[in-house]
Design a protein around this ligand. Structure first.
Ligand SMILES: [Zn+2]
Ligand SMILES: [Zn+2]
Length: 212
């Protein structure tokens, strides 16, 4: 094996996301920082012998650095990592162009804390308000988010497309074909059942015919 070839076990366990400079463990479903690759293998992939762990870690460290590039626009969900649904996005207008902030959080209380800390936002319902009624403010709900890392200080979330709700228009023609195929199959199974009933009647008639 040359120094540059990919250790076979590497591709079974990891996927390197070049666009974000992140290595994702497909087995555990989260990103591994470059300095932590050896300890991740030692702690969570003990089924590999120490020599293989060393080879994989060495290869991985040569592949990526510890500087993550977060997605700058809305991307499709990244496979292998959990999707968090019904999350919250800050849309506080930022100067000078009043573009929305777009920071995302799992809970409404998190986006409210962010608004207070970063944008000096004041919750209008804080005094004398009904705390059972969800407060309204400069955020949107129902956002789908993911995060690369599950430990350490950098657990920043980013928003991803809701793929289930936005079918690719290119698939619609295929769908109509599928519907036609399903109809055809349905018709032929109806035909089959009819034939079974018909032959069953013949059998019944034959059997009935033997009764004296
Ligand atoms: Zn792992
Ligand atoms: Zn914000």
């Amino acid at each position: 094996m040359s120094a540059t070839s990919v250790p076979p076990v590497f591709s079974e366990i990891f996927e390197y996301l070049e666009a974000y400079n992140v290595l994702v463990c497909k087995v555990h479903g989260y990103g591994i920082r470059s300095p932590a690759i050896q300890s991740h293998l030692n702690s969570f992939h003990k089924d590999l012998d120490p020599k293989t762990r060393g080879t994989v870690a060495k290869y991985a460290r040569g592949l990526y650095t510890d500087s993550v590039q977060y997605p700058s626009n809305l991307i499709d969900p990244i496979p292998y990592m959990p999707l968090y649904r019904e999350c919250f996005k800050c849309v506080y207008p930022l100067p000078p162009a009043n573009n929305p902030c777009n920071a995302v959080y799992r809970k409404q209380v998190n986006v409210q804390d962010h608004l207070k800390a970063v944008h000096d936002w004041v919750n209008p319902r804080k005094r004398g308000g009904d705390f059972h009624v969800p407060a309204e403010g400069p955020w949107v709900s129902g956002v789908l988010i993911q995060k690369f890392f599950v430990s350490g200080s950098d657990q920043r979330f980013f928003e991803v497309n809701s793929v289930e709700l936005q079918p690719d228009p290119a698939d619609s023609s295929d769908d109509s074909v599928n519907v036609q195929t399903m109809l055809d199959q349905f018709q032929s199974s109806v035909q089959q059942v009819k034939e079974q009933i018909r032959s069953a009647r013949v059998v019944v008639r034959d059997w009935a015919g033997t009764i004296p």
